[in-house]
Design a protein around this ligand. Sequence first.
Ligand SMILES: Nc1nc2c(ncn2[C@@H]2O[C@H](COP(=O)(O)OP(=O)(O)OP(=O)(O)O)[C@@H](O)[C@H]2O)c(=O)[nH]1
Ligand SMILES: [Mg+2]
Length: 507
Amino acid sequence: MATFVDRVVLHATGGDGGHGCASIHREKFKPLAGPDGGNGGNGGSVIIQVDPQVTTLLDFHHLPHRHAPSGSQGMGDHRSGSTGADLVLGVPDGTVVKAPDGEVLADLVGVGAQYVAAPGGRGGLGNAALASPRRKAPGFALLGEPGESHDVILELKTIADVALVGFPSAGKSSLVAAISAARPKIADYPFTTLVPNLGVVQAGSARYTVADVPGLIPGASEGRGLGLEFLRHVERCAVLVHVLDCATLEPDRDPLSDLDVIEAELAQYAGDIGIEGGRTPLAERPRIVVLNKIDVPEARDLAELVRPELEARGLRVFEVSTASHEGLRPLTFALAEIVAQARRDAPQPENTRVILRPKAVDDAGFTVTKRESGGQVYYSVRGEKPERWVRQTDFSNDEAVGYLADRLARLGVEERLFATGAVAGDEVRIGPDHNAVVFDWEPTLITGSELLGGPRGTDVRLENHDRRPTRGEKRHEHKERMDAKAAARDELWTERESGVWTDPDRD
Ligand SMILES: Nc1nc2c(ncn2[C@@H]2O[C@H](COP(=O)(O)OP(=O)(O)OP(=O)(O)O)[C@@H](O)[C@H]2O)c(=O)[nH]1
Ligand SMILES: [Mg+2]
């Protein structure tokens, strides 16, 4: 079973915002004492954060769907709904967050660096918050927005200063084991190393990390062997070390051709340029050559032989034996020097590099375009505000729909529709085509509160309640009632006196 995973697809969904509440305060002798519906709570967000305790993305491999809790709905008596807690997911240092199309969204380097993968939805306002001098008793509340849902790719790109590359069994793991306290698996069969190993090297007062990645073979860029998959762990390295095996018994291999093969494979690898440490492509990174296994006499001879050729190519060459530890000290000090130089040259690391994508809205915050589908013309309204407002609207409530119409009109959507050539009855779609709210456009929508009579914002139910009848009005009302009673009584008497007791048609 896999115990190390360095690439996963995460399906993150933010919590939904709670709905706002529409409620009217009631009290003895004050049955309609104003709106008191509380706001819905915001939904929690899914946040990816660097956690030093985490070294693999294995958890996400097992549980790729993550949801943040939703906010709860508002309640009467001005009680707001509770907020959904953010779901913070720990990832290893050096995790790169990408969109499904491969675009780098964030490069998480440094403890605490974080990226909001799926923001939670906002809670809807309750009717208390929607009340205004013009709309004293809103009979509606706003809906909570659904949490956003995004698929992101998480890729672990190990943070190491030095990367060891080379053929299988060249002695990369042996080298890490010889110069650091790491104890990777070492054996004389190819592909002993299946996951990257990290070792910390102390050379004098300098300290740096070395990554040992699985071996490369000719054709790795086409997927041979373990492919180039693991090169993502060398992307951030300041220096590449070619570990060349001088004691190989394979007939068609020698240190020089091995070097060419590995270089050709490295050139095929396209890393991410935007990430920390990834500014220069791998092919242009500083590199040195280690000729290994010189404890074997033939290997020492071969190393002596190829050394001038390598140096002629401008490479620094170190002859070592990880078995006898010969030549390791100069190597570690030389690496320390290169790493120190690279650290001096590197710009100060930022905590996190978040790449913001531009939003497709114009200055006014929305766009109106005339479109056609299947011979039918419609007007598409796009923009953050109109789309959010639509999501917040309870379409079963006329007053809420009226409020939406008001908001859209105030933003200038109606004017823009006129300007684009829309006429009453045309189809208007707000939002992305696959998930739009479709209206037949009525230039001024009738709202619920208008239906009640009186200017919008006044409510006859509340207004009549506030005004108590005067004594004169009460007396008048009483007199009218008494008069009506007397009239009814008179009618009965006339009937009785006329003596008609049966239905005249019967006889
Ligand atoms: N004689 C000798 N043998 C060595 C030396 N370094 C490594 N070996 C042997 O070479 C074999 C392969 O070593 P590893 O360190 O596992 O090689 P690797 O490059 O990590 O190989 P993969 O993980 O398969 O890519 C082992 O049997 C080691 O004992 C050395 O300096 N001298
Ligand atoms: Mg190995």
